[in-house]
Ligand binder design. Structure first.
Ligand code: Q9C
Ligand code: ZN
Length: 342
């Protein structure tokens, strides 16, 4: 299988985040992509190619235009305010506050367009975000061109980003943009299988009222785990989209036995839906040694995920999302891909 990858992700570095009462170096760091890249070469998964440039026209059909316009301005405005280092928000428009007026000053605008502080900006952040978007679309184009599968080694990830907000290390929702792009290219129905440990709240929000994209999430129960405010089992879609959103929340400590039973159920629903293409939001933070997660999947389980997805018999685009046990992220992410290929 071909991998699409861009070294431009490297400009998105030195991120900070608030964890357990302390500002610490972010878990979402450049070495994640490097370990996956090196593992692809070690096992000879296939060629690694660079992305083509894509414009933001499909992105603007899943994200608000004002949000997309805002992203490239963040770091220039941060510097204009006399700052350097990492730009971060610290105030958000929750219940009881105005969510309809974008503040002029950068600190307020950052809060308006985010739901947490896990989305730092440095000088190279926008360029990395754009390259990650291009990586996803280039890999989508390989699948459209007849490849059975392709792997978008995206960094930063995307599934927490909604139509008008970022969060959870995510800025542009790469999987959602790819889904929209397939539809714009003539596909009728797309399914997104999100196997990341965290609920893909952004992807769910984007497609919640639509029936042309089925969104299936396997994730830690939001009663216990980030992103806390979406991902319950009773969220099934609305209006035309009713019945096309499926959530499988699972408790801390979940092992392969119950996780794979949820995957099996989700795969059956996917087959009933009959999509033209499957997009896998591939997080490997379900791993037992992941530093920010509490599921118990083992390295030997990841190829089984790929095997099950292969059995769907559909063109499949893999889009990288989370996974923070950096020493093992390559083996685990590439394990899924090898399981698909074998
Ligand atoms: N800072 C993805 O896996 N942080 N995002 C929770 C407290 C947010 C994960 C720990 C985790 C976001 C793409
Ligand atoms: Zn995650």
């Amino acid at each position: 299988m071909k991998t699409v990858f861009s070294p431009r992700h490297l400009g998105h570095s030195n991120q900070l985040e608030l964890v357990a009462g302390a500002i610490v170096p972010a878990f979402e760091k450049p070495s994640r992509a490097q370990y996956i890249h090196d593992r692809i070469i070690d096992v000879g998964l296939g060629p690694i190619i660079g992305p083509d440039e894509y414009d933001l026209s499909s992105a603007s059909r899943v994200h608000r235009q004002d949000y997309l316009d805002f992203l490239p301005t963040v770091y220039p405005r941060w510097k204009e305010a006399g700052r350097d280092g990492t730009a971060l928000p610290f105030t958000w428009p929750t219940r009881g506050l105005r969510g309809d007026v974008v503040p002029e000053f950068i600190d307020g605008a950052l809060g308006y367009y985010s739901f947490d502080a896990g989305i730092g900006f440095v000088e190279g952040t926008w360029d990395a975000v754009k390259s990650s978007h291009d990586v996803a679309l280039t890999a989508a184009n390989l699948v459209k061109g007849g490849e059975r599968t392709a792997y978008a080694l995206c960094r930063p990830p995307g599934h927490h980003a909604g139509a008008g907000f970022m969060g959870g290390y995510c800025y542009i929702n790469n999987a959602a943009v790819a889904a929209q792009w397939f539809l714009d290219q003539g596909a009728s129905r797309i399914a997104i299988l999100d196997v990341d440990y965290h609920h893909g709240n952004g992807t769910q929000e984007i497609f919640y009222r639509r029936k042309d994209v089925q969104v299936i999430n396997f994730h830690a129960d939001p009663m216990q785990e980030y992103p806390y405010f979406l991902g319950h089992a009773d969220e099934k879609g609305e209006g035309e989209g009713e019945g096309f959103n499926l959530n499988y929340p699972m408790r801390w400590g979940t092992t392969w036995e119950s996780w794979s039973a949820a995957l099996e159920d989700g795969c059956r629903k996917l087959v009933d839906y009959g999509p033209d293409v499957v997009i896998v939001s591939l997080g490997v933070d379900t791993f037992e040694k992941d530093p920010i997660s509490k599921f118990k999947l083992k390295t030997e389980d990841f190829p089984k995920i790929g095997e099950r997805i292969r059995k769907l018999g559909l063109p499949t685009l893999f889009v990288q999302e989370g996974g923070y046990a950096v020493a093992e992220i390559g083996v685990n992410a590439v394990g899924v891909l090898q399981g698909f290929e074998n």
